[in-house]
Design a protein around this ligand. Structure first.
Ligand code: PLP
Length: 402
């Protein structure tokens, strides 16, 4: 007989097989056991046929990877600790000293910051292109370009680019194209199949997704994914992922697995409320411009319609307004402070509506020609009743925009 401490660790009881329930089990591990040394030497984790170490995958992370591939129409997936880590994983896999990356001028800010920080420090250059002008992208691609980022709609300003044209240029020039697919989320359009009726399989090479937003849906999890349809490209991403040690926790994976089944319903609910609110915003004289791709006169509306109006035409849960410049920044800040249901906070995709004022002039190389002058405020519309959100906006406007 072994000692009690040992027995409590090496206990012979094994629960019966046959437990089945709605949610998959949550497997937590750094260490994974091997029955023999020979087995340890022979196991292969790279193709998900076995387990070797928590960082290289567990049943829980494999299950989440497969479901995310289904969501986005991809074949392989890498999970990382945040959406920004997904962006970084892509950049660090594909770029080396002397290379150049092209980023849309309206990209998610920290993507630009990575280029201006670490990438520059390592001798990797970058250029910002005008996402609304495919010819500008075409002109900026050089023999050093090794990665092009695209984003639809653009972060904060929500212009919708001609994604098909941008991807076509990259394909013609043989440059890998990566989409930040957080807004579309696999629901508004299919990133690996942008022209399903005309040219099946035409799409981006890589889709990076902040699962922090719609897939998590709770405002309480940080996670990202990098999805591909090319095994070689995936292996480059996966090896970088392994060497950098970008693992995720099992509890976070569980939270996303639990939220995924309701994701399409939530996305649609956010979408419907946001459209209603965007239309209401258009009628307010205090707002000189309302940015939401499904609005007829929003920049890039025709591109959104061409890409997303297949099916039900998803447009996510974000709307931005430009407040008339006759109101001061202090008044805009007071307006945001006066909101009660809209909380002041970054991110989106959760049940609670959020508001952020942005200083657009500091975020862009130049003030975009398609935007009027004004102070930008972005709303992330949660799952509250839209009449209450509208009343909240009206009350705060009446109090502060005078
Ligand atoms: C939030 C966001 C990210 C980053 O996600 P985190 O998980 O917060 O790091 C990347 N891209 C877009 C478009 C986002 O909105």
């Amino acid at each position: 007989m072994a000692q009690l401490t040992t027995e409590l660790i090496h206990h012979p009881y094994v629960p019966p097989e046959g437990f089945a329930a709605p949610q998959p089990g949550v497997f937590k591990a750094s260490t994974v056991f091997f029955p023999t040394v020979a087995d340890m030497r022979s196991r292969e984790w790279k193709d998900k046929t076995a387990y070797t170490y928590g960082l290289h995958g567990t049943p829980t992370t494999y299950a989440l990877e497969e479901r995310l591939c289904t969501l986005e129409g991809g074949l392989q997936c890498v999970l990382v600790p945040s959406g920004l880590a997904a962006i970084a994983n892509v950049a660090l896999s594909l770029l080396k000293t002397g290379d150049e990356v092209l980023i849309p001028d309206n990209a998610y800010g920290p993507n630009k910051a990575l280029a201006e920080g670490e990438l520059r420090q390592w001798g990797i250059t970058h250029q910002f292109y005008d996402p609304m002008d495919p010819l500008d992208l075409e002109a900026q691609i050089s023999s050093r370009t090794r990665l092009v980022w695209v984003e639809a709609a653009g972060s904060v300003t929500l212009e919708f680019p001609d994604l098909v044209a941008l991807v076509r240029i990259c394909k013609n020039r043989g440059v890998p194209v990566a989409l930040d697919n957080t807004w579309g989320a696999g629901l508004a359009f299919k990133p690996f199949d942008l022209l399903p009726d005309v040219e099946p399989g035409f799409g981006v090479d890589i889709s990076a997704h902040a699962l922090t937003k719609y897939p998590s849906g709770g405002g309480d999890v940080l996670m990202g994914s990098v999805i591909t349809r090319d095994a070689g490209l995936h292996m480059r991403l996966k090896l970088t992922h392994m060497r950098l040690g970008l693992g995720i926790g099992a509890n976070d994976a569980e939270a996303v697995l639990r939220a995924l089944p309701s994701m399409a319903l939530r996305y649609r609910a956010h979408d419907e409320s946001t459209r209603a609110l965007a239309q209401w915003c258009q009628m307010q004289p205090e707002f000189v411009q309302v940015l939401h791709p499904a609005l007829q006169d929003s920049p890039g509306h025709a591109h959104w319609k061409a890409l997303c109006a297949n099916g039900w035409g998803g447009a996510a849960g974000l709307v931005s307004v430009l407040i008339d410049p006759r109101y001061s920044q202090a008044q805009t800040d007071a307006f945001c402070n006066a909101l009660q249901l809209f909380k002041i906070g970054y991110s989106w995709g959760g049940p609670i509506s959020l508001v952020v004022p942005y200083d657009l002039a500091t975020m862009r190389s130049a003030w975009p020609a398609h935007l009027k002058t004004g102070t930008l405020v972005r709303f992330s519309v949660g799952l509250e009743a839209v009449v209450d959100l509208q009343a909240d906006l009206a009350r705060a406007m009446k109090k502060t925009l005078i």
